[in-house]
Design a protein around this ligand. Structure first.
Ligand SMILES: [Zn+2]
Ligand SMILES: [Zn+2]
Length: 125
């Protein structure tokens, strides 16, 4: 029973590989519900209500001072230099736990991120 489950999981994994390499982004363009695989992501655009809420968890610099911000798969934003240095501390493995949520962070999974603040309007503006 247990080995069957493992086999099923492996099959699902190979299906994903197939659809990603065969169709690339086309599947996502045709159907917005089609999942986007993180490895196919080139850049992330994130909309936030208040950009001041975002700061690098390592150097604590606010977003405006962050150098080439990068987003992890878990959705946390770091300075490029800080996260590279952070990953360098790990000599045994090629990944390290996210400083905020303890998810695995791999260098190759870091994507450039553009943060846009959502404009909010008050009455009489
Ligand atoms: Zn930093
Ligand atoms: Zn995280």
């Amino acid at each position: 029973m247990k080995s069957e489950q493992v086999n099923q999981e492996q099959e699902e994994e190979s299906d994903r590989d197939y659809s990603a390499s065969e169709n690339g982004y086309v599947a996502n363009i045709l159907d917005a519900n089609e999942p986007v695989f993180w490895r196919d992501v080139v850049q992330v655009k994130q909309s936030v209500l208040n950009a001041n809420d975002i700061s690098c968890p390592i150097c604590l610099e606010p977003l405006s001072n962050m150098v080439c911000p990068r987003i992890t798969k878990c959705g946390h934003v770091y300075c490029w230099t800080c996260v590279l240095q952070y990953l360098e501390f790990e000599k045994q493995r090629n990944w390290k736990r996210c400083a905020l949520c303890f998810d695995c962070v791999y260098k190759l999974d870091l994507k450039p991120v553009i943060i846009e603040e959502i404009k909010t309007f008050k009455t009489n503006e």
